[in-house]
Design a protein around this ligand. Structure first.
Ligand code: GTR
Length: 437
């Protein structure tokens, strides 16, 4: 077989494929400071597909759920650029003034619930500060956010690291920890892959983390002890009132309030990150709070990045019965009637535009529907385009372990199962380097 070759400057011949590969790397590196970054240098690799053996195993183990592409129902996604009254949305002003508000109301009323409109005051207590963390590269703080209404207080802790000795301001990453609280000492001692504070600092970002259950207990019957009951003076939640995902996202905004007071942090460059239920939260947090510059959802699945209408893996019926405290009551009524939802999850991505969104799936996490997570990011593209931003439009999924970054959106599917780890963080920070630095 003949291979195309080209001549180098010193006269030796190199195969064309190698040259193309090298050129792609150079182009990707050169563009990475520009606005529109396009990098998927491994496009020649096979697009991701679910492992047939895994599909078979899951289908046998959980017969009531669908794991087969051939059984995904036919559906039509609601058009983010057509208003409820059928009016096409053709300008950025129409989007901002009409459609965005409409979609926010629909998501608040049908999916995540409405946040209370009650005034409160907010203050922060510094419990501890360590100025010379990791041989002096960072300052660590153990903090408490204090939410006050009259003489009543609701308090939740968070931990923050700020790089030392840097010129100018740094971007930051707020991590919503849905598993456990990582105290300052522990975060210093161990670089926990779930929140690798040291790695994030080394990459040039400040970072903060809080635990969801400290804000609103992640239990069916946890309501009385959380921020939602605090705001409602103990009264039970109304059908369309906010639920835990929205409450956790609200808390991410309170941590952002604190970051705005830290002069070393550029609060216009803050990413909100979450895994699984935390990833559902980070997306909605960025919809509710336009100060977040980037949202990262990792393996967020149903009610997060994945399209509900695909009903692949976890479904609306299942999630709302297993976790009734996550979504407002109307969402449960769309069980097995997903096509009647007035919205779908691609519109969550659209609501974050023109800011940035990064979605990550994992190969073995079919419960979270990787294909549905990717498809919803792509289906948000017309809104990014209307707002003058580039985003992923390629409908074919990238290959395994091959991040795809286009303009303000990024995606990867990592080998392995449900989880947030080193590879996810590194790829995500590569993305934030392109959009925030
Ligand atoms: C699962 C749930 C998912 C996901 C996950 C998690 O049990 O079905 O929606 O959120 O929990 O948060 O780890």
């Amino acid at each position: 077989m003949k291979t195309a070759k080209t001549m180098t400057k010193n006269g030796s011949w190199i195969p064309m494929a190698m040259l193309v590969c090298w050129l792609q790397t150079v182009v990707a590196a050169g563009l990475s400071y520009g606005q529109a970054v396009v990098s998927d240098s491994k496009d020649h690799l096979e697009p991701w597909k679910a492992q047939p053996a895994l599909v078979k195993k899951n289908s046998q183990r959980r017969k009531e759920f669908n794991y087969q592409e051939s059984r995904v129902p036919d559906f039509q996604l609601p058009d983010p650029l057509v208003s409820q009254t059928g009016k096409p949305i053709v300008t950025a002003a129409d989007w901002g003034q009409v459609r965005r508000e409409e979609l926010m109301s629909l998501f608040r009323n049908e999916v995540y619930g409405q946040r209370p409109e009650i005034s409160y005051s907010l203050s922060f207590e510094q419990v501890e500060e360590q100025k010379n963390v990791w041989d002096g590269v960072a300052t660590g703080r153990s903090m408490v956010a204090v939410v006050s209404i009259g003489d009543q207080q609701y308090r939740f802790p968070f931990v923050l690291f700020i790089p030392n000795g840097v010129q100018g301001q740094v971007p930051a990453v707020i991590h919503i920890n849905n598993r456990y609280f990582i105290p300052l000492e522990k975060a210093i001692r161990e670089n926990d892959p779930f929140w690798p504070a040291k790695t994030i600092i080394q990459r040039g970002y400040a970072t903060a983390s809080f635990h969801t259950s400290d804000v609103d207990p992640d239990q069916k019957d946890g309501y009385p002890n959380g921020i939602r009951a605090f705001f409602a003076s103990g009264a039970p939640p109304t059908s369309r009132a906010w639920r835990s995902l929205s409450a956790w996202g609200w808390a991410a905004s309170r941590v952002l309030d604190y970051l705005q007071t830290v002069s070393l942090i550029d609060a216009s460059k803050v990413a909100v990150v979450g895994h699984s239920r935390g990833g559902k939260t980070s997306l909605w947090a960025a919809c509710e709070d336009p100060r977040f510059a980037v949202a990262y959802s990792n393996n967020s699945g149903c009610g997060g990045a994945a399209l509900s209408r695909r009903a692949f893996g976890e479904t609306v019926g299942r999630i709302t019965s297993s976790f009734p405290h996550w979504f407002c009551e109307p969402f449960s009524q769309y069980a097995q009637r997903e096509s009647e939802l007035p919205v779908d999850q691609h519109e969550v991505m659209a609501l974050i535009a023109p800011r940035s969104v990064y979605v990550a799936s994992s190969d073995e996490d079919l419960w979270a529907d990787p294909k549905g997570e990717y498809a919803s990011l792509v289906a948000a593209a017309p809104v990014f385009e209307l707002l003058g931003k580039q985003s992923i439009t390629e409908t074919t999924m990238p290959a395994l372990n091959t991040p795809r970054i286009v303009g303000n959106t990024g995606y990867h599917i990592r080998s392995g199962g449900h989880g947030l780890g080193e590879a996810d963080w590194n790829w995500f920070l590569d993305f934030t380097d392109t959009v925030l630095k």
